[in-house]
Design a protein around this ligand. Structure first.
Ligand SMILES: [Cu+2]
Length: 328
């Protein structure tokens, strides 16, 4: 299988969510510019609702991976796809307010979507991150099927412009990722330059990242978890894998949700200290990586910053021949 095909196979578990339009929505956006962008997004909804046929390739396994590499038509760019719409997200407006984050997915007939196909053990995955990469959260809201409403207790610990990604598959359509921005009032101190980081400390664990990203080429990433200098071999399956890795492109939060190579572990199986992933960065440049792993029933998130090297164009048509077997 060529690289493009492989990328699409990963697409089953890989959410490439390019929020390109809000590259400017990060740190210091004049109110007018943000308003203009939001209006643009609303327009995009209408375009999509009426012209969704040309977006129907997302979520299939038909070998359209090559277009992902262009970055122009990646899933997750929009709040709408194939007629499905992420309705406005409700959440606390201010830092520190206790509340609930809730939303609905609307179907092409404008009714709340009630029937989903589970992926990685969940009907819907919610990823929220500030546009400078701060405050990453990957969580699983509760679903009220009577109203088709997803909700999860929520509190913001910092102000700013956030991106809300919903990763799901309607029962009668392919997998998709829809996203919206959400603005949290308060004084905002953006993370200016996180710098390269390949060793993360989280909750007493040290997690090292080996391997690199190369634009347009599937490469292997390995993370190794230790605690007090000792390898951790008690990683528990979390959502059907020993680890979940999300890579966000610095600058626009384009995102790849990548699952480990290897078969899905049994519930009583333990993993570690190493977890291997395979992924292809869509372009060269900086990426923020977030690894979720679980030990003793607790999920920890390790954060890395890496640069993807420019790809070799001659490799785009070749590449690895092995099939992904990540247990999707
Ligand atoms: Cu999830």
């Amino acid at each position: 299988m060529n690289t493009a095909g492989r990328l699409t196979v990963f697409g089953a578990g890989l959410v490439v969510a390019f929020g390109g339009a809000y590259a400017t929505a990060g740190a210091l956006v004049p109110d007018g510019a943000l308003t203009a962008w939001q209006e643009g997004a609303d327009m995009a909804t209408h375009v999509d609702m009426e012209g969704h046929a040309d977006m129907a390739t997302h979520g299939d396994r038909g070998g359209h991976g090559a277009e992902h590499e262009s970055g122009a038509s990646l899933p997750g760019l929009s709040l709408a796809q194939d007629g499905y719409v992420l309705a406005p997200v409700q959440a606390p407006a201010n830092v520190g307010d206790n509340g609930v984050l809730r939303f609905q997915i609307l179907t092409p007939t404008d009714t709340p979507l009630r029937d989903y196909t589970a992926s990685h053990g969940k009907d819907l995955h919610l990823v929220v991150v500030r546009t400078d990469g701060y405050g990453f959260r990957h969580t699983h809201p509760d679903f009220d099927k009577a109203t088709g409403t997803w909700s999860v207790p929520w509190q913001w610990d910092a102000a700013g412009s956030y991106r809300v990604f919903t990763d799901f598959a309607p029962a009668d359509a392919g997998k998709m990722t829809l996203s919206r921005t959400f603005e949290v009032a308060g004084e905002f101190s953006p993370v200016r330059d996180p710098g390269i980081r390949t060793v993360a400390e989280v909750d007493g664990y040290t997690v090292r990242l080996d391997g690199g990203l190369v634009a347009g080429v599937t490469t292997s990433l390995k993370v190794t978890v230790t605690r007090g200098g000792q390898p951790v071999t008690s990683l528990e399956p979390y959502l059907g894998a020993f680890g979940h890795l999300v890579a966000l492109r610095d600058g626009d939060l384009a995102y790849l949700h990548v699952h480990p190579a290897g078969d899905e572990p049994a519930a009583d199986q333990r993993g570690g200290p190493a977890i291997e992933f395979a992924t292809a960065a869509p372009t060269a440049g900086r990426y923020l990586l977030y690894l979720d792993f679980q030990v003793d029933g607790r999920v920890h998130t390790a954060t890395f910053v890496v640069d993807a090297a420019p790809g070799d164009p001659s490799q785009h048509a070749g590449g690895q021949a092995d099939e992904h077997s990540g247990g999707h």
